[in-house]
Design a protein around this ligand. Structure first.
Ligand SMILES: CC(C)(COP(=O)(O)OP(=O)(O)OC[C@H]1O[C@@H](n2cnc3c(N)ncnc32)[C@H](O)[C@@H]1OP(=O)(O)O)[C@@H](O)C(=O)NCCC(=O)NCCS
Length: 151
């Protein structure tokens, strides 16, 4: 475990858990909202600033998150957050997001966290707003950019 203090914890993706990670998927109708975990792990393999993390409930991986330090902006981004279809609606996503924010906050020079989501992703939109992310007018690859100031 690298961090976590409730029943939800985070572990780095490594040789022991990458297959669990790529076996997780969202509901069919959510497929256009987030990249597959396999895609994200390939991205992390080549884009070295990405940190892919398994989200665990007790010993079971229930979701996936990936954050990165954007060297151009010197700002942290949450690139991915997903909870597997069968584990959604149990508050895991919210608990995971709160802990991920806390973890990123402890990095040196962390001044803000950014993320983006599709206009029609009402669950994510509400979830991020509940953790004080503010929508900007920026749109990246068709997604609304929202930012959380840490200072
Ligand atoms: C977004 C996501 C991570 C949320 O995870 P989750 O574990 O299902 O969410 P939680 O159970 O923690 O619920 C968080 C909030 O969303 C609400 N919510 C969850 N599922 C919902 C649904 N299907 N419809 C309406 N509200 C929903 C909850 O009521 C809760 O709100 P509250 O705090 O006001 O009670 C998950 O739905 C998911 O993986 N979606 C597909 C991938 C995705 O869109 N990722 C974000 C890309 S930017």
């Amino acid at each position: 475990m690298i961090f976590g203090h409730t029943m939800i914890t985070f572990k780095k993706i490594d040789n022991s858990n990458w297959e669990d990670c790529i076996s997780l998927s969202v509901k069919g109708e959510q497929k256009g909202l987030v990249a597959s975990n396999a895609y994200s792990l390939v991205q992390a393999a080549y884009q070295k600033n990405c940190v892919p993390l398994g989200i665990y409930f007790e010993e079971t991986m229930v979701g996936f998150a990936m954050y990165a330090l954007d060297p151009d902006e010197n700002s942290f981004w949450i690139y991915r957050l997903m909870i597997s279809a069968e584990n959604q609606g149990k508050n895991y996503g919210k608990l995971a997001l709160i802990q991920l924010i806390e973890y990123i906050k402890n990095h040196e020079n962390a001044t803000q966290i950014s993320l983006s989501y599709k206009h029609n992703n009402t669950v994510a939109r509400k979830l991020y707003a509940s953790c004080n992310f503010l929508e900007t007018r920026e749109v990246i690859e068709g997604e609304i950019v929202a930012r959380l100031n840490l200072k």
